[in-house]
Write a protein that binds this ligand. Structure first.
Ligand SMILES: Nc1nc2c(c(=O)[nH]1)N[C@H]1C(S)=C(S)[C@@H](COP(=O)(O)OP(=O)(O)OC[C@H]3O[C@@H](n4cnc5c(=O)[nH]c(N)nc54)[C@H](O)[C@@H]3O)O[C@H]1N2
Ligand SMILES: Nc1nc2c(c(=O)[nH]1)N[C@H]1C(S)=C(S)[C@@H](COP(=O)(O)OP(=O)(O)OC[C@H]3O[C@@H](n4cnc5c(=O)[nH]c(N)nc54)[C@H](O)[C@@H]3O)O[C@H]1N2
Ligand code: SF4
Ligand SMILES: [Mo]
Length: 726
C-alpha cells in the first residue's frame, strides 16, 4: 500500500529567523515546503532558502557514511572503524605532544542544532585543549565581549524590541536579506514596514544601499570600518546638547561621567570626513534618536567585523542606555527563554585568561580567535597544533586568508571533520564523519529563543526516521568524547546516562526546571516537553518585559558603562582618527537571499538565475578603471588575488567594492557537483588574518584595502576561478 501524504510541522533551522514550516511528504519523499500559517511567531513566512532543507536531504552528494582518505581518494569505512581510528590517532597525538596539540573548530550550523550545542562543548572540554575555535570570532564575538563586560554575562545580549519601537537605527545589518541576526524575527521585512506604518522611523547606515535601506526612511552611506567614530560622535552630541537622559536606569549605571569624557574627542564635526557622513546629519540623528518615545540602536555584522568591533558594540549598548532605551519597551530588551542559559551558574564568559601562542591574541569564553588558527599550525615550536577536529564548519571559505589555512591543513598530522559534505575544508580531513540531515533529527532552538523579539518555544520532532546506520551529530560528538575524555567510573556513568537521555531528555529537564516550567511538583502546571509536543505550531510566551537590574550578572547588579578594556581601547580609536589616509579601494562583503554562508550552493533551486559572485563597483570607479558590467577584474590584497566579474551599480559608495562570501568551489577533490558548476571566487582568499579588532580578536572582514585591475583578454586563458598569489 502506498504511504499516505502527511504534513509535518517544524522550525526551519537554516537561519536565525526560525520560521515555522509545513513539509508535505510521503514517507521520506518531500513533496513541498511552505510557511506554517498557524505559527504565532512567523505567521506563514518563509524565504526562498527553506526549500534547501529538501534539497540537502535528498542531495546525492550529501555524505551518508564515514569516509577515510587514502592515496587513491576517499573510501567508505564503518562507523566503528572510523571512531576507533579517530580516537586512537587523536589520543596518541595528545600523549606525545600534549593536549594543546589537538585543536577544535565549531562552525555556524552548530548553533542551529541543539544536539551539537549540548554535546559539542563537552567534546571541546574533554580535549582539554586551549586551542578551541569557532565561527564566533568571524562574527559576533564583540557582542559577547560587550555583554560580558557591561552586563556580566556574554549572552545577555540586548535585542531590539522590533514590534514596539518608534525609532530603529540599523548599523551594518541587512535583515531584509539575512532575515535578522542576534534579533530573531521571522518575517522581518513586514515587522520593519510596520514601524513606519505606525508612525515610527527607520534609519539605515551602510556603505551599500541595501534592501533594508530601501525599506527605511533614511539611508546614510558610511565609509567601511568607521562606525565606532560615528557612534562616539552620536554619544558626544547627546552629552554636548544635554540629551543624555538614562531615566530609570540612572540608579543602575556606573561610569556615565567617564563615558562623556571618553567621547569628548569625537565631536560630529571631527569625524565627518572619516565617516563620510556630514556633521549636521550626525547631530540630527542623535537628536532624533533621543527625542523618540522609544528607540533602539542595532548593529550587526557590518559593525562587528571591523577593526573596532568591540568598541562598536560597547558604544551601541551605551547609546541605548544613555537615552534610557535599554530594558525599555520599544527599546532594546533582554529575553526570558523557556530554557534559560543565562540563569545557569556557568558559561557567563571570561576574557584574556590566556593568550594565543604565536600572536598573543586574547582568549574569550575559552576560545581563541580563529584568525590565528593557521599560524598556530604552521609556526614550529612547542605547543604547535598538530591535529584538528572540525564540526559543522568550513573555515577554508569562511575565515580570513583561507589560502593560508589550506596550506596549514595540509601540514597537520591528523584531521577529522564532522560534516554533511566533502567540501573545501573537509577534503583535507583524514576521516569525515557525516551526521543525519535536519529532517532526520528533532529540533529545539536553544540559542535563537534567547535572541528572539518575543518569548517563544517550539519543539520539532524528526520528520523521518534515519537509516539504522546513521548517526546524529550529538551521537558522533559523544562517541568521540567517550574515547578521548575522562575514563573514570563517574565520567563513564554520566555518559551512559546522557546516551540514554539524548538531547530530548536533557531538554525535558531544562524546560521543566526553566522559568516557565512546573519544576518537579506534579501538581503544578507549566511548560513541559510534553506540552510542547502537543503544540506543533509553537507556544507564544509573550512580549519581552523589563528585567533590570535583577537579570544583570555583574557583582553588584549594576551596568558597567565604561569597562576598562573599552575605555583603554578608545586611545586606539583616537589614533585611528588622526591617521586617516584612505586606500583607493576597500572591500566589503555581501549576503544573498539564496545563499547561506558557504554551504547551500549545492541546492539546485538556490543556484538558478544570474551569476551572484560578482564584484559591485560604483559607476565612477568603473569608469576610472575602464571596465563595464560583465568585465572581469583582478583584485589583489596583502594576502592574495582573485578574479571576478563586475556589476556596476550606484548602490555602493565610490571607493568601496563588494564581493559576497562563501564562494570558491573550484577547489579540486570536493564533492559538490552543482556548486562546482558555478564556483565563484572566495573573498576570504583576499581577507587578511592580520586585520583584526585588536581588543576582541574578531576578524575585520570589512574594509580590506584592495587593488583592482581589469583582466585583459590575453589572460582569459587562465582558469576563470580564483588564483592564489604564489
Ligand atoms: N568575508 C567574510 N567571511 C565570513 C562572513 C562574512 O560576512 N564575510 N561571515 C562569517 C559568519 S557570520 C559566519 S557565521 C561564518 C560561518 O563559518 P562556518 O560555519 O565555518 O561556515 P559555513 O559556510 O556556515 O559552513 C558550515 C559547514 O557545516 C556543514 N553543516 C551544515 N549543517 C550541518 C549539521 O547539521 N551538522 C554538521 N556536522 N555539519 C553541518 C556544512 O556542510 C558546512 O561544511 O562565516 C564567516 N565568514
Ligand atoms: N540569506 C542569507 N541569510 C543569512 C546568511 C547568509 O549567508 N545568507 N548568513 C547568516 C549569518 S551566519 C549571519 S551572522 C547573519 C548576518 O546578518 P546581517 O548582519 O544582517 O547580514 P550582512 O549581510 O552581513 O549585513 C551586514 C551589512 O553591513 C554592511 N557593512 C559592511 N561594512 C560595513 C561598515 O563598516 N559599516 C556599516 N555600517 N555597514 C557595513 C554590509 O553592506 C551589509 O549590508 O545572516 C544570517 N542570514
Ligand atoms: S528566513 Fe531563515 S528560518 Fe525562515 S525559511 Fe528562510 S532560511 Fe528558514
Ligand atoms: Mo554568522
Amino acid at each position: 500500500m502506498p504511504e499516505p501524504t502527511r504534513i509535518h510541522y517544524r522550525a526551519c533551522n537554516l537561519c536565525e529567523a526560525i520560521c515555522g514550516i509545513a513539509v508535505e511528504h510521503r514517507g521520506d519523499e518531500i513533496l513541498g515546503i511552505r510557511g506554517d500559517r498557524e505559527d504565532p511567531f512567523s505567521r506563514g513566512h518563509v524565504c526562498p532558502k527553506a526549500v534547501a532543507l529538501q534539497d540537502v536531504h535528498h542531495d546525492p552528494d550529501r555524505l551518508r557514511h564515514p569516509l577515510r582518505r587514502t592515496a587513491a581518494g576517499f573510501e567508505r569505512i564503518s562507523w566503528r572503524a572510523a571512531f576507533d581510528e579517530v580516537g586512537q590517532r587523536l589520543a596518541a597525538i595528545q600523549r606525545r605532544y600534549g593536549s594543546d596539540a589537538v585543536a577544535m573548530y565549531a562552525g555556524n550550523p552548530s548553533v542551529h542544532n541543539y544536539g551539537t550545542m549540548l554535546f559539542g562543548p563537552r567534546l571541546m572540554r574533554a580535549l582539554k585543549t586551549r586551542n578551541r575555535f569557532s565561527a564566533t570570532s568571524v562574527d559576533q564575538l564583540p557582542h559577547h565581549l560587550a555583554a560580558y563586560l557591561m552586563f556580566g554575562h556574554q549572552l545577555l545580549l540586548p535585542i531590539p524590541d522590533l514590534d514596539r519601537t518608534d525609532f530603529l537605527l540599523i548599523l551594518g545589518a541587512n535583515p531584509a536579506v539575512s532575515n535578522g541576526s542576534l534579533m530573531t524575527a521571522p518575517d522581518v521585512k513586514n515587522r520593519l514596514k510596520a514601524i513606519r506604518r505606525r508612525g515610527g522611523t527607520v534609519v539605515v547606515v551602510d556603505p551599500r544601499r541595501t534592501r533594508t535601506a530601501a525599506l527605511a526612511d533614511r539611508h546614510l552611506f558610511i565609509r567601511p570600518g568607521q562606525d565606532a567614530l560615528l557612534l562616539a560622535a552620536l554619544l558626544h552630541t547627546l552629552f554636548d546638547e544635554g540629551l543624555a537622559r538614562p531615566g530609570r536606569l540612572a540608579g543602575m549605571l556606573d561610569g556615565l561621567d567617564r563615558l562623556a569624557e571618553l567621547v569628548a574627542d569625537f565631536p560630529a564635526e571631527r569625524v565627518a570626513a572619516a565617516s563620510g557622513i556630514d556633521a549636521p546629519q550626525i547631530r540630527r540623528l542623535a537628536r532624533d534618536f533621543a527625542a523618540a518615545p522609544a528607540a533602539a540602536c542595532y548593529g550587526r555584522m557590518g559593525t562587528s567585523v571591523t577593526e573596532f568591533g568591540g568598541l562598536c558594540q560597547w558604544l551601541i549598548n551605551a547609546l541605548n542606555a544613555v537615552t534610557g532605551n535599554l530594558d525599555r519597551e520599544g527599546g532594546v530588551m533582554f529575553t526570558r527563554p523557556a530554557v534559560d542559559v543565562v540563569g545557569r551558574p556557568y558559561g557567563g564568559g571570561s576574557y584574556g585568561r590566556w593568550r594565543s601562542r604565536v600572536r598573543g591574541l586574547p582568549e574569550f569564553a575559552g576560545e581563541l580567535p580563529v584568525a590565528t588558527l593557521a599560524e598556530e599550525i604552521l609556526t614550529p615550536g612547542e605547543g604547535r597544533i598538530r591535529a584538528l577536529v572540525t564540526s559543522a564548519g568550513n573555515p577554508v571559505l569562511s575565515t580570513p586568508n583561507g589560502r593560508q589555512l589550506e596550506r596549514a591543513l595540509d601540514r597537520l598530522d591528523y584531521m577529522v571533520a564532522i560534516d554533511l559534505y566533502l567540501n573545501e575544508t573537509t577534503r583535507h580531513a583524514d576521516v569525515i564523519l557525516p551526521p543525519t540531515s535536519a529532517l532526520e533529527h528533532d529540533h529545539y532552538d536553544l540559542v535563537f529563543n534567547l535572541l528572539a523579539v518575543r518569548n517563544v518555544a517550539r519543539y520539532s520532532p524528526p520528520m523521518v526516521t534515519p537509516p539504522s546506520d546513521a548517526r546524529h551529530d550529538w551521537q558522533i560528538l559523544l562517541e568521540l568524547e567517550s574515547r578521548l575524555g575522562r575514563q573514570g567510573l563517574r565520567a563513564r556513568l554520566e555518559r551512559a546516562i546522557l546516551r540514554r537521555l539524548g538531547p530530548a531528555g536533557m531538554l525535558a529537564v531544562a524546560l521543566r526546571t526553566g522559568p516557565y516550567g512546573p519544576g518537579w511538583n506534579p501538581l503544578r502546571r507549566g511548560l513541559t516537553l510534553g506540552r510542547l509536543k502537543k503544540a506543533p505550531h509553537g507556544v507564544d510566551l509573550g512580549p519581552l518585559t523589563p528585567c533590570l537590574p535583577q537579570r544583570l550578572k555583574t557583582p553588584e547588579r549594576r551596568i558597567h558603562l565604561t569597562p576598562e578594556p573599552f575605555a583603554a581601547d578608545v586611545r586606539r580609536l583616537r589614533r585611528h582618527l588622526e591617521r586617516q589616509t584612505p586606500p583607493p579601494f576597500v572591500l566589503i562583503g555581501r549576503r544573498s537571499v539564496r545563499s547561506n554562508n558557504s554551504w547551500l550552493h549545492n541546492a539546485p533551486r538556490l543556484m538558478r538565475g544570474a551569476e551572484r559572485c560578482t564584484l559591485w563597483l560604483h559607476p565612477d570607479d568603473a569608469e576610472r578603471l575602464g571596465v563595464a558590467g560583465g568585465d572581469r577584474v583582478r583584485l589583489r590584497s596583502r594576502v592574495g588575488a582573485v578574479e571576478a566579474p563586475v556589476e556596476v551599480t550606484d548602490r555602493i559608495m565610490p571607493g568601496v567594492v563588494s564581493l559576497p562570501h562563501g564562494w570558491g568551489h573550484h577547489r579540486p577533490g570536493i564533492r559538490l557537483r552543482i556548486a562546482a558548476t558555478r564556483p565563484g571566487a572566495s573573498i576570504n582568499d583576499l581577507t587578511d588574518e592580520r586585520r583584526l579588532d585588536a581588543l576582541s580578536g574578531n576578524a575585520a572582514f570589512s574594509g580590506v584595502p584592495v587593488e583592482i585591475e581589469a583582466v585583459v583578454e590575453a589572460a582569459a586563458a587562465t582558469p576563470p576561478a580564483a588564483v592564489a598569489r604564489a
